[in-house]
Write a protein that binds this ligand. Structure first.
Ligand SMILES: NC(=O)c1ccc[n+]([C@@H]2O[C@H](COP(=O)([O-])OP(=O)(O)OC[C@H]3O[C@@H](n4cnc5c(N)ncnc54)[C@H](O)[C@@H]3O)[C@@H](O)[C@H]2O)c1
Length: 284
């Protein structure tokens, strides 16, 4: 039987690098996708023929589409696993005291790279993964998204990052349930502070050791999702040595619960794809 095949975005550094090594040790063939070609090529050379580096900017759809096609063909017409992991922090501060204006006096638009890389690219990744996973000899596969503890908690810094990571929690819980029909699981890891390339050097120097989550905790979470086919729509917070499976917030009222869980028949009339009518028919 051929080796399982995975894509790890942001695989040239930090969590993605550790996961790539881990998957290769478990017998996977891994396509390392990253903007950093120097580090990515070096890693693929170090790990040998069960890895391939593909320079990819996940925020460019054409790059991701080429990545998935390459992975599927290189892997022998199979794609089993996606770690949608590449991420950046905010390139521009929403609360910047200086707002530059153009020649017309209009504010120059805020840099939303974080949303493009950390959120939009993940959604496109799920979209592309579905296309290939359904062509597997046994259709289906597993997706693990990298959200963050910043997906559960708000703080004044990095607001776009926090928005993107919160969105990934909702995306995981929603897509994880919906894609069960295609035998695709979607889960996400939500790490606390792990020492990686994302952490600025001055922060690392002074960051208290007792608040650093070891990389092994992330690998433990990946292993759980890889091993257990029944786990989907799970959002696991990683803190120090522990995995905390987090539930969505309780419903404010029985009515809210009904609207989200039991009103499907009504919503289905509005979201028939492709839309058949502009006015919604009676539900009776
Ligand atoms: N390190 C932490 O404490 C921590 C905590 C919570 C969540 N995370 C998340 O973990 C993920 C991995 O980050 P990390 O901490 O390992 O950082 P890292 O900087 O070490 O690794 C991120 C990798 O993503 C790559 N990358 C950035 N933009 C890309 C793009 N557009 N296309 C492809 N690759 C791109 C970078 O080149 C880098 O190799 C991110 O999503 C991050 O938000 C990290």
């Amino acid at each position: 039987m051929s080796n399982p095949v995975g894509i790890v975005t942001g695989g040239a550094s930090g969590i993605g690098l550790a996961l790539t090594k881990h998957l290769v040790a478990k017998g996977y063939k891994v396509v390392i996708a990253d903007t950093n070609s120097q580090a990515g090529e070096a890693l693929a050379a170090e790990l040998g023929p069960n890895t391939h580096f593909q320079q990819t900017d996940v925020s460019k759809y054409s790059d991701q589409a080429a990545l998935f096609k390459k992975a599927f063909v290189w892997g022998g017409n199979r794609l089993d696993f996606l770690a949608a992991n590449a991420g950046v922090d905010d390139r521009q501060n929403l609360y910047d005291p200086i707002i530059n204006v153009d020649a017309n006096g209009d504010p120059i638009q805020l840099d939303l790279t974080t949303i493009e890389v950390d959120l939009v690219a993940v959604i496109q990744g799920i979209w592309l993964f579905r296309h290939y996973a359904r062509q597997n000899s046994k259709p289906g596969g597993k997706i693990v998204i990298t959200s963050s503890m910043a997906g559960f908690y708000a703080a004044p810094i990095n607001p776009q990052y926090i928005a993107a990571k919160h969105a990934l929690i909702g995306l995981t819980r929603s897509a994880g349930k919906a894609l069960q029909t295609e035998d695709i699981t979607v889960n996400c890891i939500c790490p606390g502070f792990i020492v990686t390339g994302l952490c600025p050097e001055p922060v690392l120097k002074i960051f208290p050791k007792e608040h650093i989550t070891p990389m092994e905790t992330a690998l433990k979470a990946y292993d759980t999702f890889i091993r257990d086919d029944s786990m989907t729509a799970q959002t696991v917070e990683l803190s120090l040595d522990e995995l905390y499976y987090r539930e969505q917030a309780p419903y404010a009222s029985a009515s809210q619960k009904w609207v989200m869980e039991d009103a499907g028949k009504i919503w289905a009339q509005a979201y028939i794809s492709p839309p058949k009518e502009t006015s919604y028919p009676s539900i009776n």
